[in-house]
Design a binder for this molecule. Structure first.
Ligand code: S3P
Length: 441
């Protein structure tokens, strides 16, 4: 569906209550397909996110010759072909809107004996790829980008890779993971040092597939030429999807909502820390571990939020949650200041500019800066905003309606399906007065 095909309309004064389960984690679902495909034997995945991004990864591996059954009710069966069993695809691989698919697969495909071309939609083909192609080139990979470093990527196969020691200039789990996947095919050791902790699902999952991964403070290494053994993966709920409800139930009066089975990997929980600094009432219940990832139920109740200066150390741990956090700040008392978050400008949209534009349309003082935003909290007006085809911007503004003085209409929302299929019905079931208008009618 084209991104201009869906408009969301949300009435004001809803409340959120009850219990719900958000769909599976996007990052973990991508990795489950990738590592399952490269493993020996069968991998069974439960709780797989059937969103467009992860389906793009799944289709790409089918095109690379991997037999994948499902998804059916979140169950996927992958018949792994081993590290050297992929086959040349007949056509370019379309990664849709998914930066994770493109960047991780660039590393993995650099180690193959055949050429591949990776393409994507209008948003993805604007996103920077040199952050992966430059360090991969140092390992020996040959990958062409367009002149400004954006997709399509033409990956030349048959080039031997050499393990390297690489210090990431920006905290990026996608770059780290891309290099680790290339490292599986490299001679010697591949080591990556990161400037700040980023999500570590790749490292955890490689270990779950039986590969020796050495991990130290801010550093991860692996030896090329290992083997992955097929396994069972249970994907937890995506904390990045839960984040919209954490914000919504905090800002609206009389809410009490339990989100079940949410992934609580400590490299992902910055949103809870930031919301708590703002005064949110979030209780973590039944902490447990499922398939190498921590999981818990979260109960969130309405609470008056205060503006804060967001600690820079929390930024990489909440990198996808800033659209929702900007809405929390817009409904808080006082000023919220975000710095050290220039990465937000190169996500599915320029999330600093797009969110500031939308908040201004709703009468909130939001001042974009080069690497963040200054927001003066208040009570948002109703109005029309544009998500610019960015799923997280769309869902964040949907939650803003809970505190707005009038209805909010959000344009270009079809991409909500990239990460959160069923968002409208799940949110409506919890009490958000939301309706989808097909074809922007
Ligand atoms: C992701 C890493 C993050 C995040 C993206 C998913 C991943 O990107 O924003 O949605 O699955 O590795 P960066 O690593 O580029 O920050």
């Amino acid at each position: 569906m084209a991104a201009d095909d869906l408009t969301l309309r949300v009435a004001p004064r809803g409340t959120l209550a009850g219990r719900l389960r958000v769909p599976g984690d996007k990052s973990i679902s991508h990795r489950a397909i990738m590592l399952g495909a490269l493993a020996e034997g069968e991998t069974r995945v439960g709780g797989f996110l059937e969103g467009e991004d992860c389906l793009a990864t799944l289709r790409a591996f089918r095109a690379l010759g991997v037999d994948i059954q499902g998804p059916e009710d979140g169950e996927v069966r992958i018949r792994g072909v081993g590290l050297h069993g992929l086959r040349a695809p007949a056509a370019p691989l379309d990664m849709g809107n998914s930066g994770t698919s493109m960047r991780l697969m660039a590393g993995l495909l650099a180690g193959q004996p055949f050429d591949t071309v990776l393409t994507g939609d209008a948003s993805l083909t604007r996103r920077p790829m040199r952050r992966v192609t430059d360090p991969l080139a140092r390992m020996g990979a040959r990958i062409d980008t367009s002149a400004d470093g954006t997709p399509p990527l033409h990956i030349h196969g048959g080039t031997p890779l050499q393990g390297r020691d690489y210090a990431l200039p920006v905290a990026s789990a996608q770059v780290k993971s891309s290099l680790l996947l290339a490292g599986l095919y490299a001679r010697g050791r591949t080591c990556i040092t990161e400037p700040a902790p980023t999500r570590d699902h790749t490292e955890r999952m490689l270990a779950g597939f039986g590969l020796a991964v050495e991990r130290g403070e801010g550093r991860v290494c692996l030896q090329g030429g290992g083997r992955l053994q097929g396994t069972r993966i249970q994907v937890p709920g995506d904390i990045s999807s839960a984040a919209f409800f954490l914000v919504g139930a905090s800002i609206a009066p009389d809410c009490r909502l339990t989100l079940e089975h949410v992934g609580m990997n400590p490299t992902r929980t910055g949103v809870i820390d930031i919301l708590r600094l703002m005064g949110a009432d979030i209780r973590v219940e039944n902490p447990r571990e499922v398939g190498g990832e921590p999981v818990a139920d979260l109960t969130v109740s309405s609470a008056p939020l205060q503006g804060v200066e967001i600690p820079p150390a929390l930024v990489p741990l909440a990198i996808d949650e800033f659209p929702a956090l900007f809405v929390a700040a817009a409904c808080a008392r006082g000023r919220t200041v975000l710095t050290d978050a220039a990465e937000l400008r190169v996500k599915e949209s320029d999330r600093i500019q797009v969110m500031a534009d939308g908040l201004l349309r709703l009468g909130i003082q939001a001042e974009p800066t080069a690497d963040g935003m200054v927001i003066q909290g208040g009570d948002p007006d109703g109005g029309e905003v544009d998500s610019h085809g960015d799923h997280r911007v769309a869902m964040a503004f949907a939650m803003a309606a809970l505190r707005a003085r009038g209805p909010i209409r959000i344009r270009h929302c079809a991409n909500v399906n990239t990460s959160f299929p069923g968002f409208v019905s799940l949110a409506a079931g919890a009490g958000l007065p939301i309706e989808a208008e097909e074809n922007g009618a």
